[in-house]
Write a protein that binds this ligand. Structure first.
Ligand code: 5GP
Length: 190
């Protein structure tokens, strides 16, 4: 059996990646979404093991030392990483593996697995991004400012991705993302 593909979805926090990825998972039955580990605090409604594996700094650093992550990064003052074993196992089972990770992680993945497909999700504008971040109502002002600064850095690297997708109208962006994943999976299957 051929290995599944790896798709990396990045873009600024607030660009709507989460919603787009949720649509992708509903519409592509042979896709599996990696659950990242993080040291940030859970937001209201987030469940350990479902949205993230919430770890202490000590445990996260232990896993780094054991090479337990396919990639990891510091983002906005917390650690985030992709547990290696489940991602590799699903690819070996022929499943399309989806990672929703930041740009630092995306380029680490490309170095290790050059065949990975990198998708960048863009907000329509910085003003709209700020509006969405504030609209969540879950971030402190400090966190919003940190995320806006991180967004500028991320946007400066968008052209290094395989495709860029502006998330203006959710349905249009979701259709495009689903078509891209299906098409690549089909092509790579040969
Ligand atoms: P949030 O705190 O809003 O859930 O996520 C903040 C940023 O961390 C987002 O850009 C998200 O894509 C990224 N992120 C989530 N999980 C991972 C991961 O496993 N690795 C890396 N490098 N970034 C991640």
């Amino acid at each position: 059996m051929r290995n599944g593909n790896l798709f990396v979805i990045s873009g600024p926090s607030g660009a709507g990646k989460g919603t787009l990825v949720a649509q992708l998972m509903q519409r592509v039955p042979d896709a599996w979404l990696s659950v990242s580990a993080t040291t940030r605090d859970p937001r209201d409604g987030e469940v350990d093991g479902v949205h993230y594996h919430f770890l202490t700094n000590e445990r996260f650093e232990e896993l780094i030392a054991q090479d337990g992550f396919l990639e990891w990064a510091c983002y906005s003052g917390s650690y985030y990483g992709t547990p290696r074993e489940p991602a590799v196992r699903h690819m070996e089972q022929g499943v399309q593996v989806i990672l929703e990770i930041d740009v630092q992680g995306a380029f680490q993945v490309r170095e290790k697995l050059p065949e990975a497909h990198l998708v960048f999700i863009e907000p329509p504008s910085m003003e709209e991004l700020e509006r969405r971040l504030r609209g969540r109502g879950t971030e402190s002002e400090e966190s919003i400012q940190k995320r806006l600064r991180a967004a500028e850095l991320e946007l400066s690297r968008k052209m290094e991705y395989d495709i860029q997708l502006v998330n203006d109208k959710l349905d249009v962006a979701a259709d495009y993302l689903v078509a891209f994943v299906n098409q690549q999976a089909e092509t790579d299957r040969g």
